[in-house]
Design a protein around this ligand. Sequence first.
Ligand code: UDP
Length: 237
Amino acid sequence: MGLKYKRVLLKLSGESLMGDQQFGISPKMLNHYARQIKQLVDLGVETAIVIGGGNIFRGLQASESGIERVQGDYMGMLATCINGMALQSAMEAQGIFTRLISAIEMQEIAEPYIRRRAIRHLEKGRVVIFSAGTGSPYFTTDSAAALRANEINADVILKGTRVDGIYSSDPEKNPDATMFNTISFAKVISMGLKVMDMTAFTICQENDLPIVVFNIGDETNLAGIVRGEEIGTLVEG
Ligand code: UDP
């Protein structure tokens, strides 16, 4: 069976890990993600993941509470490592071989980021989790996703969200909002639509890296997308 995407970078937000909780990591969401990733592995898709940290800590919030911005950003990056460890455990429970990689060195729990080594893991069928974002403050994990996806020559970024794709306006506020099946990078910008933050989006645009925005709530979507089914919104060109 043909695969549309052979190597993917899946971006999972930290916030979505909360599930219906107010804070922290929902075991239900972890297992929900792990099951979907298992489907990709079983299809033979090389899978890398960038995990966010917003369920635990965001740098910008911290600056409001008197913590210096850069300090807060590092705290946010460490939050992504905690999520990465949790996701790694959930995936191992599904029998998936995984490697946790951190952009900030912490050898006891994660490998340092070495590009060729990360690619080698993928070639061997291991799922790679990139944590600690880019390793630098003032960025987001969306930017880390764009950066790593390009570095590992991923075919696509798959951005899991709570909605079905990119809409002409906020579907929760405007009942007439329509969803795009495909849309160009230029149109996303001219319409002022939010897919990822601008830094991340620009990295993808400049390097012709397509993004699929899809609803991760439906457990059949991820496998469907890599098989080439029309699911979510494809941003390209
Ligand atoms: N962060 C950072 N540099 C990075 C990635 C993340 O400083 O390269 C910090 C930033 O403070 C951010 C926090 O880590 O608010 C958590 O990441 P993010 O907000 O992207 O998580 P998500 O929205 O995906 O849950």
